[in-house]
Design a binder for this molecule. Structure first.
Ligand code: SAH
Length: 354
């Protein structure tokens, strides 16, 4: 077998066209050839760079936000400090450093990471360097404890399905074969109860996306938070409601054809935040807030100024650029958004509003 393309072509020849979700999950997480399963894709030499890799300030303000939620909810003496899709582990390291000075927080925290890639688990164990980390493949095995969780660019990596509206029905966009090569096609029209609410805001020909895995993990996270207390910060690109094709491939910091290099490119889709917020019920959710606004409200500029006092020359230039990249509307400030989850009876996380 010559890699993932041949594997996919063989599967489709035998079993017929596959869903985008099936394609995405295979390309990202196939144990032998999957994108995340085989490499560390982050940073200047990788395919993309994420907020925690841009500056330590991102994780620091998020750490303090979670610690404030914990204090506001009475500082429970045992809780899960969790991250979904920790990548290199940089965000968690920054969270832990920033919260060292919060009395009792570290002693009460038990670290739980949701990660499927064995390669990245290995990197995370080295970066975070704590003996008490528990890894999970999915959210459902998280402990029955108050849950303080962050997920940055995690939900965009979960497998989506796409449906094109045809009259009052929907046709699924599938991946099949055309002249022996991978190609997009459409399945037959079916009426879908789960998309009934989208008949009101779409017209024939429009495309919508769903992500069953994201909804399933939000159901677990929401239930834990509502029952035991806690909070979740979900940070990603996307909008309140998805409309149109957002399935994309990134390779070497440039967009690529998602079918061109299976397992060799990062695949992602915009996050449909309304579906995530609703799946987390009965936990309450905040208004979807631009990342730049959220970070400013939490004091990133004061933190940037404090760090700048010890820098000069190129290091200072880089620091100023990093602050801009995280917050400015033309950079990551508006494209990325933050959704908070919290117990119905508690206050929303600092920086977010209802
Ligand atoms: N949060 C990090 C990395 C984002 S990349 C950062 O901001 O830098 C997505 C992360 O989610 C990777 O660690 C990847 O291995 C993990 N991941 C992707 N799909 C997953 C799945 N289905 N289950 C668990 N982890 C997944």
């Amino acid at each position: 077998m010559r890699g993932l393309r041949d594997h996919l072509i063989a599967r489709i020849s035998e079993g017929g066209p596959i869903t985008l979700a099936d394609y995405m999950a295979t390309c990202l997480m196939h144990p032998e050839y999957g994108y995340y399963a085989t490499r560390d894709p982050f940073g200047a030499t990788g395919d993309f760079i994420t907020a925690p890799e841009i500056s330590q300030m991102f994780g620091e303000v998020i750490g303090l936000c979670l610690a404030q939620c914990w204090l506001d909810q009475g500082a429970p003496d045992r809780f899960a400090l969790a991250e979904a899709g920790p990548g290199r582990g940089t965000l968690m390291v920054d969270i832990l450093r920033a919260t060292k000075g919060v009395p009792g927080f570290h002693a009460a925290a038990h670290l739980h990471l949701i990660e499927t890639s064995a390669t990245l688990r290995e990197i995370q164990s080295k970066t975070i360097a704590r003996s008490d980390i528990t890894w999970h493949a999915r959210a459902d095995t998280l402990p029955d404890l108050p849950l303080y969780l962050v997920a940055n660019e995690f939900f965009d990596a979960l497998p989506i399905r796409q449906f094109e509206r045809d009259g009052e029905a929907w046709r699924e966009r599938l991946i099949g074969l055309k002249e022996g090569q991978l190609a997009f096609g459409l399945g037959g029209p079916t009426s879908l109860a789960q998309l009934a609410h989208r008949l009101a805001d779409t017209k024939p020909g429009d495309l919508v996306e769903t992500c069953a895995e994201a909804e399933a993990s939000l159901a677990v996270i929401g239930a834990r938070i509502q029952t035991h207390g806690g909070a979740a910060l979900i940070i990603d690109y996307g909008d309140w409601r998805s409309l149109g094709d957002t399935f994309q491939a990134l390779e070497g910091h440039a967009t690529a054809d998602p079918l061109a290099n299976p397992g060799g490119a990062d695949l992602s889709a915009h996050v449909d935040f309304e579906a995530l917020a609703k799946a987390a019920a009965p936990a309450a959710y905040t208004r979807l807030t631009p990342q730049g606004v959220f970070l400013e409200r939490l004091g990133i500029t004061q933190r940037a100024q404090a760090l700048a006092r010890n820098l000069d020359g190129e290091a200072l230039e880089n620091h100023i650029t990093a602050h801009r990249r995280l917050t400015e509307p033309a950079e990551m400030g508006t494209l990325f958004k933050v959704l908070g989850l919290y117990p119905e009876t508690a206050a929303p996380p600092p920086g977010l509003e209802t």
